[in-house]
Structures are given as C-alpha cells and as structure tokens.
Design a protein around this ligand. Structure first.
Ligand SMILES: N[C@@H](CCC(=O)N[C@@H](CS)C(=O)NCC(=O)O)C(=O)O
Length: 184
C-alpha cells in the first residue's frame, strides 16, 4: 500500500510460500515476504519497505507523526499481538489454549486501546492517515477475518469504522488484485 501511495512502480513477483523460488532466497535467505529489491539494496522487512517508499515520495505526509508513539504501537503489534493473532488463527496448533482467553487477551492488549485511540481521532495518531495506520491495518483485518461473526459482536465501534474505511479505500482496493505465481 505504501509503494502504491508513493507512486512507485514495481515488478510484482507473487511467491508461493511452500515453494519459494531460488532467486528470492538468494536475495533474502530468511525467506519471508515481502522482499523489495532496488538495485543492490534488498529490503526484507515490511516496515523497511514502507520507510524506503516514504523517503522516495510522501505526498500526504504519512511520515509526519510522533515516531516514539508509533514505535510503541509497532512493538505491541509485531510482538505480543502477533503471537495472539497466530494463536487465534490456528487454535489446533495451540490445543492447550482457551480461545476465549486468547480473544480477551487480544482485546485487552490491542483492540480496545486501538478503539479508544480511534474514538478520539479518526486515525491512530491523529486526524489524518499516517504510515502507522497502514502498518497496523493488515493485522486487524486478519484478526477480523478469523471469525467474522464473533468480531461483529465486539463492542469496538471506532476500530470497526476505521477498518471498514481502509477495506473500502481506493488504495487498498488498488493493490488487492491477484498476480500469477512467479516461477524462476
Ligand atoms: N517481520 C517481517 C515478517 C514477514 C513474514 O513473516 N512474512 C510471512 C508471510 S506474512 C512469511 O513470509 N513467512 C514465511 C513462510 O511462511 O514460509 C516483515 O514484516 O516483513
């Protein structure tokens, strides 16, 4: 989404994670997507790709936020919330965990605090969209899709409104097209 926003054209190579092409593993042996290759530069963390794209072009000042506050959200998201998201998504990998407890932990850690932030502002860190919204949105989208009926019943109106706005945005819909799988 940040590449699209920054107007950066890329050659999109869709990866099948169970059959990663050698060319990808040679560029980035850790074998995770996304990977962006720009000449000799290999960026293999989503957040690095976002930062690089914003350095190229940032027409609506997505970068103009309190970086310390943004980092707190990122650490919470990429650390404990990601753990809970995986536990919620794959309950059969965690047979000893109670799904209700996992959901409640995710609400307390991330969903409720986000709802509170979005209740006072339209976006996570203010009244305009910044990179932090785009960094967090895919994780909330994934969470909402695990059990849509259950998510619909959660009392998180501001978060749901923010999520719906992103899902309906031109930007999101512009990048959700399907691509053929890349074969070396
Ligand atoms: N912190 C990394 C995480 C990347 C990541 O774990 N991506 C997953 C897919 S969403 C992946 O490629 N997993 C490797 C695999 O499943 O083999 C980033 O933000 O780029």
């Amino acid at each position: 989404m940040t590449l699209q926003y920054a107007g950066i054209q890329v050659e999109h190579r869709e990866i099948q994670l169970r059959n990663k092409p050698q060319s990808m593993l040679m560029a980035s042996p850790k074998g995770t997507v996304p990977v962006l290759i720009v000449g000799d530069l290999v960026l293999d963390q989503s957040i690095e790709i976002m930062q690089w794209a914003l350095q190229q072009s940032d027409p609506d000042s997505w970068g103009g936020i309190d970086e310390v506050a943004a980092q707190i959200w990122i650490e919470r998201n990429d650390g404990p919330f990601k753990v809970l998201l995986d536990q919620y998504k794959y309950p059969n990998r965690h047979p000893n965990l109670n799904q209700g407890d996992v959901l409640n932990a995710a609400i307390a850690l991330m969903l409720k605090p986000l709802d509170a932030a979005l209740d006072s502002n339209h976006y996570i860190l203010g009244n305009t969209q910044h990179w932090i919204d785009i960094a967090i949105f895919p994780f909330i989208r994934q969470f909402s899709m695990v059990n849509p009926q259950q998510f619909a019943q959660l009392p998180l109106p501001a978060l749901k409104n923010w999520l719906t706005n992103h899902l309906q945005s031109e930007l999101f819909n512009a990048i959700m097209s399907r691509h053929p799988v890349w074969i070396d």
